[in-house]
Design a protein around this ligand. Structure first.
Ligand SMILES: [Fe+2]
Length: 288
């Protein structure tokens, strides 16, 4: 029968395959990255990943050394079946990571500005990080329950590095890469013929509205894509609020800036002030 130790072995094999695939995939991402800080972060992460793979090798060794009893032939066959079913034909390949990498490679081939491409690279790298965080977190919990202290410490060390890499990417995205990508998009739209640009703007605001609806129900930790999309939605909403200010009342404006950040909140009173001035001028004109 499959036990918790087998699940831990499976997680370690899965992570080993994941790290090996990341080592193969990272050089192309590094080449493609335009932002110098992003390039550097990915280069450093490649070195860390190589060490993480070595650490997993050590864990596999420790797991085999810790084998308490010789298993029967029948049990051995059953367990071999378990691992080969999960990886397929006995090939130790993590399909989850293969899918994430494949998705990232596809998007990098699309036609986009280097700034937008950097944003896509970060999104892809963070999906990979989150997969690893999930795997290492689970494996560490199993190792702790099984009282495999050395394995637990090694997993803990890597988990910490994965969290650090994820946080670094979030900071890069929020401070530089996403705003640059947004600016690049605006410049591109301004340079296009008017009709095409207008169509795209309305399509963008429709998708922003959808995103905003779905985000209102999302609890938990703020991630790069969640925070950055909210920022970008907020700025779009602010400009749409300005454009529609004469049509819609102040209640609509308030609703539009509800999910905005500090910048949006600060700009709201200015809009109200200018509206109040307009109203006062109209009254004066009528009185005359
Ligand atoms: Fe890793």
């Amino acid at each position: 029968m499959i036990d918790l130790k087998d699940l831990l072995k499976h997680e370690i094999m899965d992570l080993y395959s994941a790290e090996a695939q990341i080592i193969d995939a990272l050089p192309a991402m590094i080449d493609k990255a335009k932002n110098a800080n992003l390039k550097k972060a990915l280069q450093e992460h490649l070195k860390i990943t190589e060490e993480q793979k070595r650490r997993l090798d050590k864990m596999r060794q420790l797991m085999n050394d810790n084998k308490e009893e010789e298993e029967s032939q029948e049990t051995n066959e059953e367990k071999k079946g378990f691992f080969s079913r999960l990886f397929g034909n006995g090939m130790e390949k993590c399909k989850g990571m293969a899918g994430l990498i494949d998705e990232g490679q596809k998007i990098m081939k699309e036609d986009m500005s280097p700034e937008v491409s950097d944003a896509a690279i970060i999104a892809s790298a963070q999906k990979i990080e989150h997969y690893e965080i999930s795997g290492y977190g689970t494996a560490r919990a199993y190792a702790r329950d099984l009282n495999l202290k050395e394995v637990q410490n090694l997993l803990e060390e890597t988990l910490k590095e994965e969290y650090e890499a994820d946080d670094r990417l979030t900071q890069l995205a929020l401070k530089r890469v996403n705003p640059d990508a947004e600016k690049a998009g605006i410049t591109e739209m301004e340079n296009r013929p008017r009709n095409e640009s207008a169509d795209e703007r309305s399509a963008t605001s429709r998708s922003s509205a959808k995103k905003s609806e779905s985000k209102e129900h999302k609890p938990g930790r703020k991630e790069n894509n969640e925070v950055s999309s909210t920022r970008s939605d907020a700025s779009k909403k602010t400009s749409s609020a300005k454009a529609n200010a004469s049509k819609s009342g102040s209640s609509k404006q308030k609703a539009n800036s509800r999910s905005g950040n500090q910048k949006t909140k600060k700009s709201a009173p200015k809009q109200s002030q200018s509206k109040a001035k307009k109203g006062a001028n109209n009254k004066k004109a009528k009185a005359r």
